[in-house]
Ligand binder design. Structure first.
Ligand code: GCW
Length: 714
C-alpha cells in the first residue's frame, strides 16, 4: 500500500454546475451534479494533485460546482498547503498517536485554523485512507452536514469488506435479480466496460475494499490462464480504488483442469497443482486477494469426497496462498443430512476450532439456515474461539421478494451484528466476536452477497441500491444505526425535488426514510412472522408454498419440515425436548430460547412447536396473532403506496413510476402471502380469521396451482 501522509482541501465555490443526467438510477448515491453547495461555507479549494483521492474529490467537485479543482487556477492555494505540510501543526499531527491509531485505512477530517484561514484537513496514513476520507467529506457535503467545525476520526471495523458475486462465467447470476452479470467475460481483457470503474468508485465511496468475482458454485474454468488474464484486467481497474480481487474456486479443479486422477488434498500432485496455479495467479496479479471456497455443500466437491476433512482441504489451499499473503475464505454453509438442519454447520465445524492455518477464515451465514427473512444468529459466532470467523450477509433478496419488493436490510443486519452471543460474557456481540475484539486474528472480514447486475440502475429496484449502500456502511462501522444509513442514502439519492423547495425535499426524504426503516419488519410480517421460516415456493424462493411436497426431495428442502403444522400447533421444536438446537447457544441464551415464556416472540416458532391457542404476550392466541401479523404486513405495504404516491410531484418521473409499479407488485404479493398462509394453516388451526381483518380474496386451491416460471440461474 502506498504511503502518503495527508492532503488538504480548502474548499471554495465558483459557480454551480449544470449537468444534465437521465434520472434512471445509474448514478446511484453519487449524484454530485445535483448537490447544492452552500456558498457560505467554502472559501477556497485546493489539494495535492499527486494523490488519487484528490483526483476523485476533484472529479466530484467539478460536478458539484462546475469548477475545475486543482487546476492552474488554484495553484496559488497549494503554497498554503505546502507551508502547512511543513508546519509544526502538521508535523506534530503526523507523529501523534491519533494518527497511528488510524491504521492503514482510517482517516481524520478536521477543521483547523491556519494563517487566519479555516481549513478542512483530511489526513490519513495511506492513499486508501485518503480515499475513504475524501468520500466521507463528499458525503458530508452531499448530506448537508459539512460545517466549519468538523472533527471526524474513522477507521473500519473489519479489515476486509467484501462483496461476493454469485456471477457465473456464462453471464447469468445465481439469485441475481438485476439483469445479467456486470462482468462481460467474453469482452475481457481487451474491452473494459466503463461500468467497472463506476462499480469500483461506488464501492470505495462506502468503504468496500474487496470483491469475489464469481459464484461460490464455481466452475474450474475460472482458474484457466485465459480467465486469469481477464481477472487481471479487472484488478487493474479496481486497484486505484483500493479494491482487492478474490475468486471462488472449485475444489475439484486439479482433477478437471489439471487432469489428475482426483483432487485429494493429501495427494502430493494435487498440492503441487495448487501451488503452481497460485503462483501463476500472483505472477499476473501480485496483490491478488485469495480464494473463497464452497466445499462439500449442495453437491459441490470437497475434501470429504476423499475421506478428508474441511481442515485438510482448507489448509492445503491455504499453504499454497501463504507465501503471497493470500487469504482463504472457507464457507461453513454445509448441511449433510442427519439432524435438524439448523444444527448441522455447527456440528460439522466446532470440532475444527483452532486447527486451521492462520490465513484461513471461516465464512458463516448470519443465520443457521439460509438467509431467511428473519433468523436468530448462527451459533457458530462466538463458538469458534480460536478460529477467525467472518459473517456472510445476503444483499441480493433471494428470500425477500427479489428485486420486486422494497425491503431495506440494514435493520436486519444491525439486529444480527448487535446480537449478544455471550460467548465471552455479556457484550460479546456477533460484531465483537468477528471484528478481532475477542478472537485474535490476522485478518477480520465481512462479506455481502451482491445484488448488482447490468440493469441500468444496477440493482433492479431503485431502493435495492440502499442495501448495497448499507452493507458498505455497516461493514465499515457496525455501530452505525440503520436510521443514519437510511437518512444518508436518502439524502444522497433523492436529493432533488422537482419543486426544488427545501421543505419539499425534506418532507419527501422523511417519507422515504420512514418507508425504509419499517420495511424489513413489514416484509417479515407478510412473509414469515413469529419465527416461521422456509415456507417458500420450491427453488425460486419467491412466493408462498407451505404445502409444497416434491416426492423424493430432501425433507429439509421442503416447507413442512420447518413449519410442522398440525392440529396441535405449529413451529419447530428446537428445545431440549426437541432437536435441542438451543444447546448450541451460550447461557443465558440457551435457557431463554428453551423456555417458551422467555423466548423472544420474533423467534417463537423457530424454537418451539406451539399450540394454536397459546397465549401471546398481548393476550391474543397464537392463531389470532398470526392473522394480525399477516394483515398488518399487507396494510403496511398499502401505506407505502400511499406515502409514495403523495411524492409524485417531488420525484423525477422515471424513478417515481418504476418504484410505484414495484410497490403495486409488492402489495399484490403481500395479499397473496397472507391469503396463502392463513388459508393453508387454517386447515390445521380450524379457527376463524378474526372478523375485523379483511377477508381472503383467493381460494386456497387456486393459490396452490400457482407455479411461477422463474428460472433459478444456476
Ligand atoms: O440458499 C442457497 C441458495 C443457493 C446458493 C447457496 C449458497 C450459491 O439457494 O443458490 O448457492 O445458498 O449459499 O451456497
Amino acid at each position: 500500500m502506498k504511503r502518503t501522509f495527508l492532503y488538504l482541501i480548502l474548499v471554495s465555490l465558483s459557480g454551480l454546475g449544470n449537468f444534465l443526467f437521465a434520472e434512471d438510477g445509474s448514478r446511484l448515491w453519487l449524484r454530485f451534479s445535483d448537490v447544492t453547495v452552500n456558498e457560505k461555507l467554502f472559501s477556497g479549494v485546493s489539494g495535492r494533485t499527486d494523490v488519487f483521492a484528490a483526483s476523485e474529490f476533484a472529479h466530484a467537485w467539478s460536478q458539484m460546482t462546475g469548477d475545475e479543482l486543482l487546476t492552474q487556477k488554484h495553484i496559488a492555494d497549494n503554497s498554503l498547503i505546502f507551508a502547512l505540510a511543513k508546519d509544526k501543526v502538521v508535523r506534530n499531527m503526523r507523529l501523534s498517536t491519533e494518527m497511528k491509531k488510524l491504521g492503514d485505512e482510517g482517516f481524520l477530517i478536521r477543521t483547523i485554523t491556519y494563517q487566519n484561514k479555516k481549513l478542512t484537513l483530511v489526513a490519513a496514513n495511506t492513499d486508501a485512507g485518503l480515499l475513504y476520507g475524501s468520500f466521507h467529506l463528499l458525503r458530508m457535503i452531499q448530506t448537508n452536514t459539512f460545517s466549519d467545525q468538523i472533527k471526524v476520526v474513522e477507521k473500519p471495523a473489519y479489515d476486509l469488506r467484501i462483496l461476493n458475486h454469485w456471477d457465473n462465467l456464462n453471464g447469468t447470476v445465481e439469485r441475481g435479480y438485476a439483469g445479467r452479470s456486470i462482468w462481460k467475460w467474453d469482452e475481457l481483457p481487451a474491452k473494459l466496460s466503463p461500468r467497472y470503474e463506476a462499480y469500483a468508485r461506488a464501492n470505495a465511496s462506502i468503504g468496500l475494499n474487496a470483491t469475489v468475482l464469481n459464484n461460490v458454485n464455481a466452475t474450474p474454468d475460472i482458474l484457466t490462464t485465459e480467465y486469469i488474464q481477464k481477472i487481471k484486467a479487472l484488478a487493474s481497474v479496481f486497484r486505484p480504488f483500493n479494491i482487492k480481487v478474490f475468486i471462488s474456486i472449485n475444489f475439484a479443479s486439479p482433477k478437471q483442469l489439471g487432469r489428475l486422477p482426483d483432487a485429494d488434498p493429501m495427494r502430493p500432485e494435487v498440492q503441487k497443482w495448487w501451488k503452481e496455479k497460485v503462483k501463476e495467479i500472483y505472477r499476473a496479479i501480485p496483490d491478488f486477494g485469495g480464494f473463497l471456497v464452497k466445499a462439500n455443500s449442495e453437491g459441490l466437491p470437497g475434501p470429504m469426497d476423499y475421506g478428508r476433512t474441511h481442515v485438510d482441504g482448507a489448509n492445503m489451499i491455504a499453504d499454497a496462498l501463504k507465501p503471497y499473503g493470500g487469504l482463504l475464505m472457507w464457507r461453513a454453509f454445509v448441511y449433510e443430512p442427519g439432524d435438524d438442519r439448523a444444527k448441522l454447520a455447527y456440528k460439522e465445524f466446532i470440532g475444527f476450532d483452532g486447527k486451521f492455518r492462520d490465513n484461513v477464515i471461516i465464512q458463516v451465514k448470519n443465520g443457521p439456515i439460509d438467509f431467511q427473512p428473519r433468523e436468530p444468529f448462527s451459533p457458530l459466532f462466538g463458538a469458534m474461539k480460536r478460529t477467525p470467523v467472518m459473517p456472510e450477509l445476503q444483499i441480493t433478496q433471494e428470500y425477500l421478494g427479489h428485486s420486486n419488493h422494497l425491503v431495506f436490510l440494514a435493520p436486519m443486519w444491525e439486529e444480527v451484528l448487535k446480537s449478544d452471543t455471550f460467548a465471552f460474557g455479556k457484550g460479546s456481540t456477533v460484531a465483537a466476536v468477528t471484528d478481532g475484539t475477542f478472537v485474535k486474528t490476522k485478518t477480520t472480514a465481512i462479506a455481502g452477497v451482491a445484488n448488482i447486475g447490468d440493469d441500468i440502475n444496477w440493482t433492479g429496484h431503485h431502493f435495492a441500491q440502499a442495501n448495497w449502500y448499507a452493507f458498505g456502511r455497516q461493514a465499515w462501522s457496525h455501530q452505525i444505526t440503520s436510521k443514519q444509513i437510511a437518512e444518508e442514502w436518502t439524502s444522497m439519492t433523492f436529493d432533488k425535488s422537482q419543486q426544488t423547495t427545501k421543505s419539499s425535499i425534506v418532507n419527501c426524504q422523511l417519507s422515504i426514510v420512514e418507508i425504509l426503516l419499517s420495511s424489513h419488519e413489514t416484509c417479515v410480517n407478510y412473509m414469515m412472522p413469529l419465527g416461521l421460516h422456509h415456507i417458500f415456493a420450491w427453488d425460486h424462493h419467491y412466493g408462498p408454498e407451505p404445502w409444497c411436497d416434491i416426492p423424493g426431495a430432501r425433507p429439509d428442502w421442503l416447507p413442512k419440515y420447518y413449519h410442522n403444522a398440525s392440529k396441535a400447533g405449529i413451529g419447530f421444536d428446537r428445545t431440549d425436548k426437541g432437536s435441542n438446537a438451543v444447546s448450541q447457544y451460550f447461557s443465558p441464551l440457551r435457557e431463554q430460547f428453551n423456555n417458551i415464556e422467555a423466548c423472544p416472540e420474533k423467534y417463537l416458532l423457530w424454537f418451539h412447536h406451539v399450540p394454536w391457542s397459546h397465549k401471546m404476550k398481548n393476550g391474543r392466541t397464537l392463531w389470532d396473532e398470526l392473522c394480525y401479523r399477516y394483515d398488518s404486513g399487507v396494510q403496511q405495504v398499502r401505506e407505502y403506496q400511499k406515502l409514495w404516491d403523495k411524492l409524485e410531484s417531488e420525484i423525477d418521473s422515471q424513478r417515481f413510476a418504476e418504484v410505484q409499479s414495484r410497490l403495486r407488485i409488492q402489495a399484490r404479493d403481500a395479499v397473496w402471502w397472507k391469503n396463502a398462509i392463513l388459508l393453508y394453516f387454517q386447515t390445521y388451526s380450524q379457527m376463524p380469521i378474526p372478523f375485523d381483518i379483511e377477508r381472503p380474496v383467493h381460494e386456497l386451491d387456486d393459490l396452490k396451482k400457482i407455479k411461477l416460471d422463474m428460472k433459478h440461474h444456476n
